[in-house]
Design a protein around this ligand. Structure first.
Ligand SMILES: Cc1cc2nc3c(=O)[nH]c(=O)nc-3n(C[C@H](O)[C@H](O)[C@H](O)COP(=O)(O)OP(=O)(O)OC[C@H]3O[C@@H](n4cnc5c(N)ncnc54)[C@H](O)[C@@H]3O)c2cc1C
Length: 292
C-alpha cells in the first residue's frame, strides 16, 4: 500500500488557495496514470468515495474535512507542444499559468488570458474556466479520462456540453488525465508574451491577487455582474469572522484572518440573501462547496 503514497488525516487547507479545509481521511498525490489507476482500485476495494482536487483554487472544503480518498492532481504535471500544428497535450495537473507561458514561448496564440488563473488544466476543463470573453472550451479538442471504475475513456470537447463556467463533467465525475488543446499557430512570440503580461498586470491591479481567495465566488447572472450587485449593496469589506468581502473586487471573499469554512459559508449565504431581497436575483456559486 505504501507505494501508493497514501497519507491519513492531512489538512486540506494545504491544498486549497483559500487555505481552508479540514483533514482528508486519506490523501495521495499521484504523479502518473498507473498510480491513479492503482489508487482508484484501492478506493474501490475499500468501498470509499473519491474526491478529486486540482490546485484547489475553486473549492470551499468543510473544516470537518472529507471522507474517503482525496486524489490531489497537482503533481501529475507535464505537457508536450507541437509548434507547427498548435497542438498541446497536457497532463491533468499542469497549471494554466505554465501552459500560457509555454504556449507564448512556442509562438502559439490563444491562452494569453489564462496566465492569471491559478488552476490546473483538469480543473479548468471541468469548470470551463475563462476570462475576458475566452474559455478553455474554445481551444479544447478532447480529454482522456478515467472513470471511477478504472476505465479509460476519451471524450471530444463537443460532447461535453460546454457553456459559461459549466460542463457535463460537473455532473458526471470522471478523472481528467490529460487534455488536448489546439491553439493558433504563426504568432510573434514577443507580441504573445506582451499580451500575456498585459492580462497578468490587469489582474494585479483589479483583483486581490496576493490574498487567499478562490477567485470569483459567484457566477455572473447575465446580463449583470455579481461584483457590481454586491458592491451596490455597500457590502465591500463586510466580514463574517475571518472571511471578508474584498475591498478591491466584491465577487472575491478573502481569508483575512484564519477564516473557517463556516465563516465563508455564512458570508456566501448573507450575500445571496441580500441580493435576492434587493434585486430578486439568486446568485449561484461558481466555487464548489465540498463536505457540508
Ligand atoms: C486568484 C484567482 C483568480 C481566478 N480567476 C479565475 C478566472 O478568471 N476565471 C475562471 O474561470 N476561474 C478563475 N479562478 C477559479 C479557478 O482558478 C478555476 O475555476 C480553475 O479552473 C480551477 O482549477 P483547479 O485545478 O484549482 O480545480 P479545483 O478547484 O481543485 O477543482 C474544481 C473542480 O474541478 C474538479 N477537478 C479538478 N481537477 C480535476 C481532474 N484532473 N479531473 C477531474 N476533476 C477535476 C474538482 O473535483 C472540482 O469539482 C480564479 C481563482 C483564483 C484563486
Amino acid at each position: 500500500m505504501n507505494y501508493l503514497n497514501l497519507k491519513k488525516n492531512i489538512y486540506l487547507s494545504n491544498f486549497t488557495t483559500w487555505k481552508i479545509g479540514g483533514p482528508a481521511e486519506w490523501i495521495s498525490e499521484p504523479t502518473n496514470t498507473d498510480e491513479i489507476k492503482s489508487l482508484i482500485n484501492w478506493a474501490n476495494n475499500k468501498e470509499i468515495c473519491c474526491n478529486i482536487i486540482g490546485a484547489g483554487s475553486n473549492l470551499l472544503i468543510n473544516d470537518k474535512g472529507l471522507k474517503g480518498l482525496s486524489l490531489c492532481m497537482r503533481k501529475f504535471k507535464g505537457a508536450t507542444i507541437n509548434k507547427s500544428s498548435g497542438i498541446i497535450e497536457a497532463y491533468g495537473g499542469e497549471t494554466l499559468p505554465n501552459l500560457a507561458r509555454k504556449a507564448a514561448s512556442a509562438g502559439l496564440h490563444g491562452l494569453e488570458w489564462a496566465i492569471g488563473i491559478p488552476g490546473t488544466i483538469g480543473g479548468a476543463v471541468v469548470m470551463n474556466a475563462g476570462a475576458q470573453g475566452n474559455a478553455i472550451s474554445d481551444y479544447l479538442e478532447s480529454i482522456q479520462t478515467l472513470t471511477l471504475k478504472g476505465e479509460l475513456r476519451t471524450l471530444k470537447a463537443i460532447d461535453l456540453d460546454y457553456s459559461y463556467r459549466s460542463s457535463l463533467l460537473q455532473e458526471e465525475k470522471l478523472i481528467v488525465l490529460s487534455a488536448r488543446l489546439k491553439l493558433k499557430t504563426g504568432g510573434e512570440k514577443a507580441e504573445i508574451h506582451r499580451i500575456t503580461n498585459e492580462h497578468l498586470n490587469h489582474r494585479l491591479t483589479t483583483q486581490p491577487y496576493k490574498a487567499h481567495t478562490c477567485g470569483s465566488v459567484f457566477r455572473n447572472p447575465e446580463p449583470f455582474k455579481a461584483a457590481q450587485l454586491i458592491e451596490d449593496l455597500g457590502l465591500k469589506g463586510f466580514r463574517c469572522g475571518g472571511a471578508e468581502i474584498s475591498k478591491i473586487h466584491s465577487n472575491f471573499i478573502i481569508n483575512a484572518n484564519k477564516a473557517s469554512s463556516s465563516d465563508v459559508q455564512e458570508l456566501i449565504n448573507l450575500i445571496q440573501k441580500k441580493v435576492i431581497d434587493s434585486y430578486g436575483i439568486l446568485l449561484k456559486t461558481e466555487v464548489k462547496i465540498c463536505g457540508f
